[in-house]
Write a protein that binds this ligand. Structure first.
Ligand SMILES: NC(=O)c1ccc[n+]([C@@H]2O[C@H](COP(=O)([O-])OP(=O)(O)OC[C@H]3O[C@@H](n4cnc5c(N)ncnc54)[C@H](OP(=O)(O)O)[C@@H]3O)[C@@H](O)[C@H]2O)c1
Length: 253
């Protein structure tokens, strides 16, 4: 896949990792659309990078996801790269989980439901493009959970699993499937000031693009890269073997 001349949608592209990736896509000559909930963050991003196209959208809501894709298909019919980046992180003490269910559910809806829904709904369009990609931003916490963020960690493990299935099913098509696995990065995740211990976002994004341009399908950085290296390769071959077996039993799937 060439990383110039594409039209890229970055969810949650108005801040942090999403904005750093969006800026690098722009610098390489791609058209970039970003979405987010807060208009003022979208306006700030646009002031910093005037070529950005901004759309207000809350990916927690299924209707807004559908509206976002309808906009992309209508206004940018050539669009070919979906970056599922929007995410939130909540601390949950399971012994005092007294909030209404909606409080916990929104983390699942934004971090897991949204990328799965957007991917499945975008695929008919993406598969028609000569070259396309789905890029999912998971986390090093997909590999080893942060016990204080148990729902968050589970959404990221779920998204990593979905991404692996997607990659197997789409092998041989025009759609590449890429997973970005960040370590702790200094952004506003969870709220301003909670991730200052993380690596600088620009160093991280530069590292991601180096690997993206080298053709990597799983992109770690720092601690997350080390965690990825600990995953036994047999697990990947097990998924490949199960998929090959399923296809031989179900040739019309
Ligand atoms: N920072 C880390 O240490 C770290 C580590 C591993 C993985 N990640 C992942 O990296 C991704 C980006 O996080 P970040 O660290 O860059 O956080 P961030 O600085 O808080 O940025 C999050 C971005 O997502 C947007 N967003 C959040 N909820 C949204 C929704 N419902 N609909 C649309 N946009 C939404 C935010 O804008 P609005 O709030 O205005 O909507 C913002 O633009 C997330 O998936 C996160 O889980 C981060």
């Amino acid at each position: 896949m060439k990383w110039n001349g594409n039209t890229v949608l970055v969810t949650g592209g108005s801040n942090g990792i999403g904005l750093a990736l969006a800026a690098r896509f722009l610098a390489r000559g791609n058209r970039v659309v970003i979405c987010g909930r807060r208009q003022e963050k979208l306006d700030e991003a646009k002031a910093a990078y005037p070529e950005l196209i901004t759309v207000r959208c809350d990916v927690m809501l299924p209707d807004e996801r559908a509206r976002l894709l309808a906009y992309m298909n209508e206004a940018h019919p050539e669009w070919n790269v979906l970056v599922n980046n929007a995410g939130i992180q909540q601390h949950v003490n399971v012994r005092r989980a007294s909030e209404p269910w909606e409080h916990y559910e929104r983390e699942i809806a934004i971090n897991f439901d949204a990328p799965v829904h957007l991917t499945l709904a975008a695929l008919p369009h993406l598969l028609e493009q000569p070259s396309a990609a789905v890029i999912n931003v998971t986390s090093g916490l997909a590999l080893a959970p942060a016990a204080w963020a148990p729902v968050y960690s589970a959404t990221k493990a779920g998204l990593r699993s979905f991404t692996q299935s997607l990659r197997l099913q789409l092998r041989g098509t025009s759609v590449e499937v890429i997973e970005i696995v960040p370590p702790a990065v200094n952004t506003d995740l969870g709220g301003p000031g909670l991730h200052t211990f993380g690596v600088p976002v620009d160093d991280f994004a530069d590292g991601v693009f180096e690997k993206l341009e080298a053709g990597a399908e799983e992109i770690g950085y720092g601690d997350a890269e080390r965690r990825l290296s600990l995953v036994p390769r047999e697990l990947q071959s097990a998924a490949e073997q199960m998929w090959a077996g399923f296809r031989s039993r179900n040739p019309n799937f």
